[in-house]
Design a protein around this ligand. Structure first.
Ligand SMILES: [Zn+2]
Ligand SMILES: [Zn+2]
Length: 113
């Protein structure tokens, strides 16, 4: 299974991801297999089989937003455990399903969401 890091920062679940997982897409929310989905050769991000988005084919605003959210929640163990903060909800205008993906991963770690 391919484990990717983005911007050199592994997510908190980097070593725990299982091939059987179906991670919701940040953009369209549809879950896809983290094992069989193809990663983009340019950005290294998985290309969603449903909306076909990775990082390269999104807007600058979407890219910046995803980077902020990912660094803040997926890569920071205490924020990851605490969960999404309502004060950040404006970010979801650009990346609408980030919370679905975050909560999916939190659930995998046994956190009640
Ligand atoms: Zn998608
Ligand atoms: Zn790409």
């Amino acid at each position: 299974m391919k484990r990717y890091t983005w911007g050199g920062m592994p997510c908190v679940r980097f070593d725990k991801l299982l091939a059987t997982e179906e991670h919701p897409c940040y953009y369209c929310g549809k879950p896809f297999s983290i094992d069989t989905t193809i990663a983009c050769s340019k950005c290294g991000f998985m290309i969603c089989p449903n909306c076909k988005k990775c990082v390269c084919n999104t807007s600058k605003l979407e890219q910046t937003t995803l980077a902020v959210l990912r660094d803040n929640y997926c890569c920071d163990p205490s924020n990851f455990s605490r969960g999404f903060d309502e004060s950040d909800k404006e970010y979801l205008i650009s990346v609408p399903h980030f919370v679905d993906a975050l909560n999916y991963c939190r659930k995998q770690e046994g956190i009640n969401v």
